[in-house]
Design a protein around this ligand. Sequence first.
Ligand SMILES: NC(=O)c1ccc[n+]([C@@H]2O[C@H](COP(=O)([O-])OP(=O)(O)OC[C@H]3O[C@@H](n4cnc5c(N)ncnc54)[C@H](O)[C@@H]3O)[C@@H](O)[C@H]2O)c1
Length: 262
Amino acid sequence: MSTSGSPRLALITGAGGGIGSAIARTLAPEYRAFVSDLDLDAARAVAAGIDGAEAVALDVRSAESVRAAITSIIHRHGPLDVLVNNAAVCSNGEFESSPEPDWQADVDVILGGAIRLCQAVMPGMRQARRGAVVNIASVNGHRYVGNDTYSAAKAGLLNLTRGLAVQYGRYGVRVNSVSPGTIATPVWRARLSIDPDTLHRAAAWYPMGRVGTVDDVAQAVSFLVSERASWITGIDLPVDGGLLAGNGAMALDIGANFVGDD
Ligand SMILES: NC(=O)c1ccc[n+]([C@@H]2O[C@H](COP(=O)([O-])OP(=O)(O)OC[C@H]3O[C@@H](n4cnc5c(N)ncnc54)[C@H](O)[C@@H]3O)[C@@H](O)[C@H]2O)c1
């Protein structure tokens, strides 16, 4: 609850999907959750399971759709306290022949979407002198682990995070990102239908020996938007079981000794 007694407001994009729905559920006890998605049926299904949540049709590719959704929320409830830019698509073609609409979608949904949402939400946060934004980036934004144009868009999101954190800090508005590693969600459906063992093999690359869960990511977001993180802005928090910390497979391959192996 806010100090005024009315619930604080959190908008999550792409919240009809795996990670976004977990973020909405995790934030819901403390926030009125606006569960937004391009797929309104999916958003409705998620919102139906969360007390006080509202489903919102929102296509992050469209400035008009973003404006309409944000204006409607602000008119009825006031400025948002939390924005989570989570919506994404991920093309998976071979680089040289990747059709323009495919790679453009990566950039337009991931980076364009976050820019549009921040442009719509920041004036209200700035005026209220409070607010927290979390951008859902990816380990792919830090180094190449597949999906080149998706990764380039995620890298852009990391820098947008830093730029906005620096500009909005003096208004009490914080901007951070979370970089998940492999998380078992519907986004893996297509690859799993070709190779059901994909996630098991991915797990072997993670120092902690498993892929992540949607709750691993939701807990990190919940921390970053909370008062516990009140002096944290402009950072990226990897939620990746240690993947970005180093390359264990390579270390072993070139003869490194791991603790406990002798
Ligand atoms: N699952 C993973 O392994 C993984 C790893 C790293 C980062 N991520 C990131 O986590 C976030 C959530 O991914 P997920 O695995 O839950 O995927 P998901 O496919 O389950 O959810 C993505 C949601 O975004 C929505 N969406 C797509 N285009 C949209 C648009 N134009 N406007 C509004 N909504 C739109 C989809 O309808 C879907 O509900 C994404 O940013 C993704 O890049 C996922």
